[in-house]
Structure formats: structure tokens, C-alpha cells
Design a protein around this ligand. Structure first.
Ligand code: ADP
Ligand code: MG
Length: 591
């Protein structure tokens, strides 16, 4: 049995077990505990996305649970609204609140975001506790049970089915999302915004998407909570619970969808046991479990950062993505400029960092179908020039034109959209994604499917086309044997080739390569030169920063030499090699 079949059967077995549980003579206590676990799992699932996938930390998820719960309880008690409608009201209010909070806080960096989540977690708690209409700290009591086609979900056993159906569906939806174009964009957030934006990903929008999905999952959990508990009050939605959700995510393993379930199980069971045993041990009652949790969290962070599920995952056979993209239609390609047309026109660009002039009024042009070399000693300003052309850095002054259009003021992803693709001097990738997935990031702008279509698997046609393109570009650089390897496991040489394949996936008009041969073996270098020649033959324009002089001299059509941020000369390889100033300034120091 292959790994995928094993996982599918495990999931089916798990669902059958869930369906059978309430029919078995399981004590009511355990059914109740399982219901709590399901409610927690929904919230923690959102945290897996936020923290594990996108690298954003939130202590404030309990607040969104509160919004879902209070909306449901209030509407049902005050206006007699059916639970099947209050869920949508809760989702709508959560969406408005999450978008507003996200709009403000997701632009914050570093520790400001977690701090902001603490702030709103606290505010909502006190807001709920002080509102007359919501019963202040006593909350709202006597919420009626839900009913489903005449069946009252008034016992834990009945409620269990609805809850776990939603948990399983949500888990499957998130799993599918992560294995899609939008999901890859979310996973790319962890690699820093520079790389993702260079692939054309709107990172802010991706963050907002993740944030909103996490908030909506929490809100659904709150909606269910209101009809399960049959009452709501502020305490389960305060900061303490917000921290506990994050704790579950970390213990379970933020890197995996099923880590949410694992974390909810471990924490809930442990909490019950500790609450039963610790007061007996200590000889007095109190919330001692909080102390144990604190110690546990430190231990987990120190010794098992990836949580319980990572431990299980390592022992499961790894699923290799089915290669179902063979025979998918090719993606459309953009019209390319005619050979000799000026593709890139850099006019007197200038960049200063504080007092340091990194690039001083540099001008040059790259024409369609030529490879332009950019050489110079370390610190000459080559990478900075790349960053000015690709919009990673704003120029202090000067103009950059792509096919005649000004681009120097555009954001990096807008420049990517216009056909500029690049690699990085220091490889930027997502180590936990496969080579194929990393390369497919490059084709982001050639797909359109969003979150909802991914969850419903309505985008498989497009997805196959994107993956087919990724495989094609990998084959082009000689990497077809590594499709399913984790990118983080590759040696430096293949990582660089992977970056080139990723850039090619964008179907660029202009390709910028920053030291692509660094770390490559001789054979790989020859292969690279071959690929670049072939690309030039197809009309691609390439700007190449490279230190390997043999490679540069034998490959490029023209060279710009830079030193201390200034353009020294421009010419053919022969002219440059013959120039005494260049020999003194650059070649002399190298040889
Ligand atoms: P090269 O790629 O040719 O080796 P760089 O473009 O990386 O050179 O760097 C040119 C100069 O600009 C160096 O002196 C470098 O220290 C400086 N520099 C590059 N990036 C920054 C930055 N973000 N902030 C400050 N100084 C920088
Ligand atoms: Mg550099």
C-alpha cells in the first residue's frame, strides 16, 4: 500500500471511529470532553495556518470565538433567530472585525503583531463584561438547543455529530488549501516578503486571507460553543484562553493540519487530569495546572519545537504528490519583444544608504536576445542595481524603463507582473516545500484560483497546468530527478538551479541572475551555460551578475563593469579584458 492510500484509509478509519463513538457505551463525561476537543481543534486549526504556515503569532483568537458565540446567543435569545442563520451573522461580524484589525495590525512587524493581539483579546473581554445588553460578566443564559431536521441536538451525543463533521470538513478544506496556488502563496510568507513579492505574490493580501480564515474558524467554534454550552459569559473568550489556544497549537505542532487536533487532545486531557490530581497532591485547591502548562511550554519550545504531530509525521510514510499533471494544457505565454529591441533601459540610477553611495548614476541597456554581464568586485553595487531594477529598493533618483515604460516607482510584484524575473545572491526558498512547489511559486501570476476554489478543489485543472510548467522548467535546468525532494535538503548548487527554474516559470521577458554559478560544480556550470545560451536563442534577455570569469567571458554578449558603485566601462568581453583600467581595478585583483 502506498503512502497516500495509507493516509486516506487512516482518515476513513478515523471518521468511522468518530461516527461510532457516540453509539458505544462511552461515558457521558468523555463525550463532553471530546466535544470540547472538537471546539478547540477548530480554533487551533486557524492558528496552524497563522503561526505555522504564515509565521504570524496571535494571542487573540479567543476574541473571535467570543464574537461567534455572543452573536449566536444574543440573536437567538433576543430575536429567536434560528441557529442556522446566526452562524452567518457571526461570520459576517467576524469578517468585518477581522478585516479592520488585520488592516491595522498585519502591517506591523516583529513583536508588534503579538502585542496587538493581546490588546484586542483584553479589550473584547472587558467590552463583553461591561455591556448591559450582553448580561455583563454573567453573560447570556438559557440559549436553546439547536435542532437538525427535527432532531434536537440537546445531548452531547447528538451535538457530537454536527461538531465533528465540521471539524473534519474544516481540516480537509485547509489541507486542500495548502496544496494549491493560494496555499503556496501563504506558505511563502515564511520565506520573507522579498522573495514572495518578487514572485508576484501580494503578501499583504495573503496575510489578510490567512488572518481572516483563522478568525472565521474561531467564530464557527464560538457559534457551536453557544449552543453546546447553552450559555455564554466573557471568561472563555479572554486572554487566558487565547494563550491556551496558542499553547495547544505549539504542543500539537503548528506545521501540520493534524497538529491542531493533537494539541487540543493533549492539552484538554492533561488539563482534566491535572485539575483532578494536582489539588490532591498539593493538599489545597487552586489552578495549579497553569503552572504545569507554563513549564511544559518552555520544555516543548526547547526540546520539541515542532510539537507532537511532527513526531508522528516523521514516522509516517511521506506522501509524494501524484504526478497527475502530465498531459495538462500548456500555460499561455506572453508576447516577446523582437530581437535587438531595448528591453531594459537604466538611466542614471542612484542609490544611497545613509551616507554611502552604493550605486552612482549608473546607466546601461539590455536588448532582447542578449546576455548582459554585470561584473565588479564585492561591494561594487551589483546586487543593489538588481534591487533597483526589480523594485526591492527605491532608487534615490534615476529612471528605469522596461520596454519603454517607467518602472522605477512600481512595487516589486508589479514589476514581476510586467515580465521581470530574478534569482537571489543568497538563495531564498521555502525549505519545507518540495522543489516542485517552490518552483510553482514562480508561476503564481499565471494562475488565478483563490482560496474558496482551492478548498472545493475546483481549480485542479489550473493547478495541473501550473505544476506541469514547474516540472518543465525543472527539466530544463536538469533537475527533473528532484521534483519531490524537500528544497531544504538540496545542496547549494541544485538550490540555485531551482531558483532559475522558478524564475523561468514566470515566463519572463527579462531574467536577472545574481551569481547563479556560485556553489555549482563544473558540470552544473556547463549545464547552466547551455541553458542560458538556449534561452538567449529563444529571445530571452538576461542580466547576469557572475564571478566566474570563464563562464562570463564565454557566454555574455556585452559586459558592464562596476567599481565602488560607479560604472567603469561597458563593452564586449574582448574589449573589457583588454582594458587596462579594468585589469587594474578588477581582473588584477581577481587573478
Ligand atoms: P555587490 O553585489 O556588487 O557585491 P552590493 O550591491 O551588495 O554589492 O553592495 C554595494 C554596497 O552597498 C556595499 O558597500 C554594501 O555594504 C552596501 N549595501 C548594500 N545593501 C545595503 C543596505 N540594505 N543597507 C546599507 N548598505 C547596503
Ligand atoms: Mg552581490
Amino acid at each position: 500500500m502506498n503512502a497516500a492510500a495509507f493516509r486516506r484509509r487512516s482518515l476513513i478509519a478515523f471518521c468511522i471511529l468518530l461516527a461510532a463513538l457516540p453509539q458505544l457505551p462511552v461515558p457521558e463525561f468523555w463525550i463532553t470532553q471530546l466535544n470540547y476537543i472538537g471546539l478547540y481543534t477548530l480554533v487551533v486549526l486557524g492558528l496552524v495556518l497563522l503561526t505555522g504556515i504564515a509565521g504570524l503569532t496571535s494571542f487573540g483568537q479567543a476574541a473571535f470565538v467570543g464574537i461567534g458565540a455572543y452573536t449566536a446567543a444574543y440573536l437567538t435569545l433576543t430575536y429567536g433567530v434560528s441557529p442556522w442563520l446566526t452562524v452567518f451573522a457571526g461570520l459576517a461580524i467576524t469578517t468585518v472585525v477581522a478585516l479592520q484589525l488585520g488592516w491595522v495590525t498585519l502591517r506591523m512587524s516583529g513583536h508588534y503583531l503579538p502585542l496587538a493581539t493581546i490588546a484586542w483579546g483584553l479589550s473584547l473581554y472587558y467590552l463583553l463584561g461591561n455591556m448591559e445588553a450582553l448580561g455583563k460578566y454573567d453573560g447570556l443564559l438559557g440559549v436553546p438547543a439547536m435542532s437538525f431536521f427535527g432532531i434536537d441536538l440537546n445531548t452531547g451525543r447528538h451535538f457530537f455529530y454536527l461538531l465533528w463533521l465540521i471539524v473534519v470538513l474544516a481540516s480537509i478544506g485547509i489541507t486542500r488549501l495548502l496544496d494549491s496556488r493560494s496555499g503556496r502563496a501563504m506558505r511563502a510568507l515564511k520565506g520573507g516578503v522579498t522573495m514572495a513579492e518578487a514572485m508576484g505574490i501580494d503578501t499583504f493580501r495573503s496575510k489578510v486571507n490567512v488572518f481572516l480564515i483563522a478568525a472565521l474558524l474561531a467564530s464557527v467554534s464560538g457559534w457551536l460553543f453557544a449552543y453546546f454550552q447553552r450559555s455564554v459569559n466573557p471568561s472563555p473568550f479572554g486572554l487566558k484562553m487565547g494563550i491556551e489556544y496558542l499553547f495547544m497549537a505549539v504542543i500539537g505542532g503548528v506545521g501540520h493540519v493534524w497538529g491542531a487536533l493533537a494539541g487540543a487532545v493533549v492539552v484538554k486531557v492533561l488539563e482534566d487530569q491535572l485539575q483532578a490530581w494536582l489539588p490532591r497532591l498539593m493538599g489545597a485547591s487552586g489552578n495549579y495546572e497553569v503552572i504545569v502548562f507554563g513549564i511544559l511550554l518552555v520544555l516543548v519550545l526547547k526540546y520539541a519545537r515542532d510539537g507532537v504531530w511532527a513526531f508522528i509525521e516523521q514516522r509516517l510514510p511521506r506522501v509524494q504528490r501524484a504526478e497527475d499533471w502530465r498531459g495538462a494544457a500548456a500555460l499561455p505565454e506572453r508576447a516577446k519583444p523582437a530581437a535587438g529591441e531595448v528591453v531594459l533601459d537604466v538611466q542614471a540610477v542612484h542609490k544611497e544608504f545613509g551616507g554611502l553611495v552604493a550605486v552612482r548614476d549608473v546607466s546601461f541597456q539590455v536588448r532582447a536576445g542578449e546576455i548582459m554581464g554585470l561584473i565588479g568586485p564585492n561591494g561594487a553595487g551589483k546586487s543593489t542595481t538588481f534591487n533597483l531594477v526589480t523594485g526591492v529598493l527605491p532608487a534615490t533618483r534615476g529612471e528605469v524603463r522596461l520596454l519603454g515604460e517607467r518602472i522605477e516607482a512600481l512595487p516589486s510584484r508589479e514589476i514581476a507582473r510586467r515580465g521581470v524575473a530574478r534569482t537571489f545572491q543568497h538563495v531564498k526558498m521555502i525549505p519545507a516545500m518540495t522543489v516542485l512547489e517552490n518552483v510553482a511559486l514562480g508561476a503564481h501570476l499565471r494562475g488565478h484560483a483563490g482560496v474558496a476554489r482551492a478548498m472545493l478543489r475546483l481549480e485542479r485543472d489550473e493547478e495541473r497546468r501550473l505544476l506541469r510548467e514547474a516540472e518543465r522548467q525543472l527539466a530544463r535546468v536538469g533537475m527533473q530527478a528532484h521534483l519531490h525532494e524537500l528544497a531544504g535538503n538540496l545542496a547549494l548548487g541544485p538550490q540555485r538551479l531551482m531558483e532559475i527554474a522558478r524564475a523561468l516559470c514566470a515566463d519572463p521577458t527579462l531574467l536577472l541572475l545574481d551569481e547563479p554559478a556560485a556553489g555549482l560544480r563544473l558540470k552544473e556550470k556547463e549545464g547552466l551555460a547551455q541553458v542560458l545560451r538556449q534561452l538567449r536563442g529563444e529571445g530571452m534577455s538576461i542580466l547576469l551578475v557572475e564571478h566566474d570569469m570563464d563562464l562570463v567571458m564565454g557566454l555574455v554578449d556585452r559586459i558592464v563593469v562596476m567599481e565602488f558603485g560607479t560604472k567603469l566601462i561597458e563593452g564586449t568581453p574582448d574589449e573589457v579584458q583588454a582594458n587596462p583600467a579594468v585589469r587594474a581595478a578588477y581582473l588584477g585583483t581577481e587573478h
